[in-house]
Design a protein around this ligand. Structure first.
Ligand SMILES: [Zn+2]
Ligand SMILES: [Zn+2]
Length: 347
């Protein structure tokens, strides 16, 4: 089979390798579709403490179970499934309490567990017992199913931010999470969604999602503009789906009294610290939350949202490549000329 091996920093090599053997408590997944995540690009160029070389990256995937060991009960041969990233260890305090994305060990597919940039992938026992392995309906394509992983992270963030009936939600950054977030906010009951974006290219895709207002950052005072759109009060919820510390500060500045800010997007390590007057938070009685990854429960919710058409993911797929062209796929991702780049290992 063909597999993409990360040999060391900046060196991703295509190799022929034997199909993985699977034991009694393991299964073999034929990877039909896998999307590149921003974190894959960071791992490629900067490494990650949880990734040891050689490694197989990729955690946004979907495929068909082609082999299941005798001891496996969760899946059977022929099942179509979507995979998430974070795999709860099952034993720590967080995992035992259903908060596996906060796991002390923090296992993830495409990190410690060989991932989806390959034709066939072994699902070890831990993944089958504790991990995000969600069956998908016959009507759902594999490309869509692969995108349940990033959506699951969005569901986690939006839940933590308390998006609910009647709320006004501002989403800062129209990358994949921001766009899906427009649909997600509606599905969770939001009355008004305000979408904010810097680059025109992504804004074009974001417009197909039908937010109530679209604003470009950069040209104007975004905080004042958003206050104007919310009777001077600010949004009930602000989600920062971008990598800029300035927008994190603006989010806290613009949120309504008793509102919630979710600092969704991670920032580069060398970013300066967040600088906000604590009185802003003090007088507004607002809440500032973060979110990281997702649990298998979020992944199941995400698959359901896509299956019912409540969150659309197809408009996000701007590029599709076979696995043999994974270098072009990464180049497309890094050019920032696309949105979601999908790799289909069997084309
Ligand atoms: Zn991802
Ligand atoms: Zn754990």
């Amino acid at each position: 089979m063909l597999t993409a091996v990360l040999e060391k920093k900046d060196t991703l090599e295509l190799r022929e390798a034997p199909e993985p053997e699977v034991g009694n408590e393991e299964a073999l997944l034929k990877v039909m579709s896998t999307a590149i995540c921003g974190s894959d690009v960071r791992i490629l160029h900067h490494g990650n403490p949880r990734v040891e070389y050689p490694a197989v990256m990729g955690h946004e995937g979907a495929g068909i179970i082609v082999k299941a060991g005798r001891g496996v009960t969760r899946v059977k041969e022929g099942d179509r499934v979507a995979l998430g990233a974070d795999v709860p260890c099952g034993g720590c305090r967080w995992c035992r309490n259903g908060l596996g994305n906060n796991c002390a060990v923090n296992y993830a597919i495409g990190y410690q567990i060989p991932g989806t940039f390959t034709q066939y992938m072994r699902l070890p026992r831990m993944v089958l017992e504790e991990g995000p392995v969600t069956p998908i309906p016959a009507s759902m394509g594999f490309d869509e199913a692969a995108l349940a992983e990033p959506l699951a992270c969005g569901v986690n963030g939006f839940e933590l931010a308390g998006v609910s009936l009647g709320k006004t939600v501002a989403i800062l950054g129209m990358g994949p999470i921001g766009c899906m977030g427009i649909d997600l906010a509606r599905a969770m009951g939001a009355a008004k969604v305000i979408a904010v974006q810097r680059s025109p290219l992504r804004m074009e895709i974001a417009r197909s999602y039908g937010a109530d207002h679209y604003l470009f950052t950069g040209q104007s005072d975004i905080v004042a503009e958003i206050r104007n759109l919310t009777e001077g009060e600010g949004p009930d919820v602000v989600i920062t789906s971008n990598g800029s510390v300035e927008t994190h500060e603006q989010a806290i500045d613009m949120v309504a009294h008793r509102g919630v800010v979710n600092l969704f997007g991670g920032l580069a390590k060398d970013t300066r610290p967040l600088s906000v007057p604590s009185n802003t938070i003090h007088y507004k009685e607002c809440f500032v939350t973060g979110s990281h990854g997702s649990t298998p429960r979020h992944h199941e919710l995400a698959v359901g949202l896509i299956a019912r058409g409540q969150v659309r993911v197809k408009p996000l797929i701007t590029h599709v490549f076979p696995l043999a062209k994974i270098h072009e796929a990464f180049a497309a991702m890094e050019s920032r000329q696309g949105m979601k780049i999908v790799v289909r290992p069997h084309e």
